[in-house]
Each structure stands twice: as structure tokens, then as C-alpha cells.
Design a protein around this ligand. Structure first.
Ligand SMILES: Cc1ncc(COP(=O)(O)O)c(C=O)c1O
Length: 399
């Protein structure tokens, strides 16, 4: 007699820092029959996936593929392929994920130069310029476009120009922005960029789309040493995704089906429409939160549409509120990380999860739960403020 627990997870409304909700189409894609990783039918899906990834990254880069593994695999792939022992890398740090990049840079045996900003603030381009002046031989400058730990959006264009002016390669983390905010790899001079499937692409976690510019590929070809990681070595992986079709590792077939279907959904919606949807839902949530005295913790003008970092009011217990939302309303929101632990909530509005119904649901739930946890609210105010945004004219436009 089997004693194991049945596989019956609850059906949650996923409004945390990821994963986001996944459409039935994507879930179905994961349950269709497998083919082999060299089957002509699968090779066709691989080619189409590359095309769709070029579309979401807004790039013509030939080397644009999903790496097996979650977002951290893409982060590692970008850094280990570009850095050799003795190289210098400038890493911008204003949260958890810049810190993680710095850790990987050191593991590559490269010299780490940190450019820091307080958590909750964006990186100042003049600090990047100063670092590049001090370290003119820097090979790589790496930063996070959408810092999920703090909800900060980082403008890329000016820093991209500085990096190229110094002859370095620009590495960008778009794990929480790709498919939710504009990401224009070619226009912004991004040389290596990675993302994750479980955020604004609305696919389960398991693949990490990456793209390498011609300059980055050239740097890869000019390496004097082998890539430190066999599994992440793009010189080998590209031979499976390119014309040669040389086996490297067995592609996770069902995950690739899921990503393909998720990308098709994005193509059907259109990127501009999708970005606008994310902006509109963020504005509505922000207005609703403000109406009950909850502010956004990230710097004004640099707030993500996809991840809202919300200041917890004095005297309110972080864990009690999140626990009540989960138990009573089936809503998952995230807690703060590092220095923001206990000080912020992180409400994700990513991909399928970014919709008006979810915004109104979480606001009405907060209106009910917060008074029990020591924060008085004007019942109905949050929902009414959000509804006014939905009733108003179009969002302010694209960044
Ligand atoms: C900005 C950012 N970079 C990298 C990662 C790492 O991705 P994963 O947890 O999928 O490995 C995350 C995960 O939340 C993230 O938000």
C-alpha cells in the first residue's frame, strides 16, 4: 500500500517574484508525447524557438537559444563563456542578483570591480563611467535590468554606450523584464543577455533564454582557455542548436515544448500590447496601494511594472499578512530579501499573472487582511482607486 502523499498541490494565484501563472496551453504543451532530441520534428521546433526568442529579445543575433536550467544557468552561461582567469569584470550591484553575478565572476578567476548603489536605487551611469576610467582593460560590464529583490528598473541605453565606448562587452540580466518591459538587445548594444522562463514569459521554471551578439561570439572564439563549465560551454552547445546538430546533452524536450508555446502566445499578443498591459496593471496596483497607505519602496521613476516592492507599514507583521493571504485567499506574494526582509512585500504582476482581475483581487484581500494585522484602511478605497486607472485613458507610453 503506497503511503506517499498524493500529488495535489493547491491552485494558487501566483503574485510573488516568480513563478507566475502558466496558461492551459503551455501546461498542455508539457503533456504531449515526446520525440527524440534529434527528431526532425523537434529540430523544427528548435529553429522556430530561436526565431521567437530573437523576436522577444528584439535581436538578430544568430546565437539566441534556451539554455537548460533556470535563470541562474543563463547568468552563469553568459559569464563563464566570456570571462577567463585574469580578466576584469565590472559588476553593478544594487540587490541580490547583482551580488550573484559578482560571485560568479570571482568563481571564474576574474578580477571583480564593484559599482554599487543602495538597494532600492538604480545604478548611476557616472559611477560606471568612473569604474571604466579606472579599469580601462575591463572586458565585461554586467548589470541587472529588473532587480527582482528590490523592484528597481535600470535604464540601459546610456550605460550601454559607455561600455562600448570603453571597448567592453555589455552583459544584462533580463530575468524579470523579458516579455514584461521593453528589452531591445540590438538597439541598446547588449552583448550577452539572459532571462528565465518562469517570470514574464509565463512558462514553468526550467529554461534560460540567452542571446550573444557578434562581438560576444568573437570574444568566445578568441578565448585562450576552455570554458570552465563543460555543461554551459556555448562553443559546444551552439553546435547542437546550429546547422551541425551535434549532440551535447539531451534537450529537456517537454520544457522546450512549453517555452515554444509560451512564445507563440507572446507573438499572438504582440510585444507592445504586452508591455502596455504590464504597465497598466502596475499603475492600477500602485494607485490602489497608495489609497490604503502603502507605498512602493523602489526609487520613483525606476519602478518595475513586473515586480512591485511594497513598504510594509510600521507595526504590521510581514509573515502574518503573507500567511493569511495564502491560507485564506490562495494568493502568493513574496517577502523582502536581504536588508529588505520584513520591510517589504514583493507583489509580482508578470505574464499571465498581470491582469486586472488579479490586481483587484489582491487589493480587496489586503483591504480585508490588513485591519486584522494592525493597519487601518478605508474599506473599498484601494479597489476604487485601481478601478479608476482601468477606467482612464491609455498608459503613458513605452520607455
Ligand atoms: C533578476 C534575476 N536574476 C536571476 C535570477 C535567478 O533565476 P533562477 O531562480 O530561475 O535561477 C532571478 C530569480 O528570481 C532573478 O529575479
Amino acid at each position: 500500500m503506497a503511503t506517499s502523499v498524493p500529488l495535489e498541490p493547491p491552485s494558487r494565484v501566483l503574485l510573488g517574484p516568480g513563478p507566475s501563472s502558466v496558461s492551459a496551453r503551455v501546461l498542455r504543451a508539457m503533456s504531449i508525447p515526446l520525440v527524440g532530441h534529434l527528431d526532425p520534428a523537434f529540430l523544427r521546433i528548435m529553429d522556430e524557438t530561436k526565431r521567437l526568442l530573437q523576436f522577444v529579445f528584439q535581436t538578430r543575433n544568430e546565437l539566441t537559444i534556451p539554455i537548460s536550467g533556470t535563470g541562474s544557468a543563463g547568468m552563469e552561461a553568459c559569464l563563464v563563456n566570456l570571462l577567463e582567469p585574469g580578466d576584469t569584470a565590472v559588476v553593478c550591484i544594487n540587490g541580490v542578483f547583482g551580488t550573484r553575478m559578482a560571485d560568479i565572476v570571482e568563481r571564474c578567476g576574474a578580477t571583480l570591480v564593484k559599482v554599487e548603489a543602495p538597494w532600492g536605487h538604480s545604478i548611476d551611469p557616472t559611477d560606471v563611467a568612473a569604474a571604466l576610467k579606472q579599469h580601462p582593460a575591463a572586458k565585461v560590464v554586467a548589470l541587472v535590468h529588473a532587480e527582482t529583490s528590490t523592484g528597481v528598473w535600470q535604464p540601459l541605453e546610456e550605460i550601454g554606450r559607455l561600455v562600448h565606448g570603453a571597448g567592453a562587452l555589455f552583459v544584462v540580466d533580463t530575468v524579470t523584464s523579458l516579455g514584461g518591459h521593453p528589452v531591445r538587445v540590438d538597439d541598446w548594444g547588449v552583448d550577452a543577455c539572459y532571462s528565465g522562463t518562469q517570470k514574464c514569459l509565463s512558462c514553468p521554471p526550467g529554461l534560460s533564454p540567452v542571446t550573444f551578439s557578434a562581438r560576444a561570439v568573437e570574444a568566445l572564439r578568441r578565448r585562450k582557455t576552455k570554458v570552465q563549465s563543460w555543461y554551459r560551454d556555448l562553443t559546444m552547445i551552439e553546435k547542437y542548436w546550429g546547422a551541425e546538430r551535434v549532440y551535447h546533452h539531451t534537450a529537456p524536450i517537454s520544457m522546450n515544448y512549453a517555452l515554444y508555446e509560451a512564445l507563440r502566445i507572446i507573438e499572438e499578443e504582440g510585444l507592445e500590447a504586452r508591455w502596455q498591459r504590464h504597465e497598466r496593471n502596475h499603475q492600477a496596483l500602485k494607485a490602489g496601494l497608495a489609497a490604503i497607505g502603502l507605498g512602493i519602496a523602489a526609487q520613483e521613476g525606476h519602478q518595475l511594472w513586473t515586480l512591485n516592492s511594497v513598504r510594509i507599514p510600521d507595526g504590521v507583521d510581514d509573515v502574518q499578512v503573507r500567511g493569511t493571504l495564502l491560507e485564506e485567499v490562495n494568493i502568493e506574494i513574496g517577502g523582502g530579501l536581504g536588508p529588505l526582509k520584513g520591510k517589504t512585500w514583493r507583489i509580482g504582476l508578470m505574464g499571465e499573472s498581470s491582469n486586472a482581475a488579479n490586481v483587484l483581487l489582491v487589493l480587496s484581500a489586503l483591504e480585508r487582511v490588513l485591519p486584522r494585522c494592525g493597519h487601518r484602511v478605508d474599506t473599498g478605497a484601494a479597489v476604487a482607486a485601481a478601478a479608476r486607472i482601468y477606467g482612464s485613458s491609455a498608459p503613458s507610453g513605452q520607455r
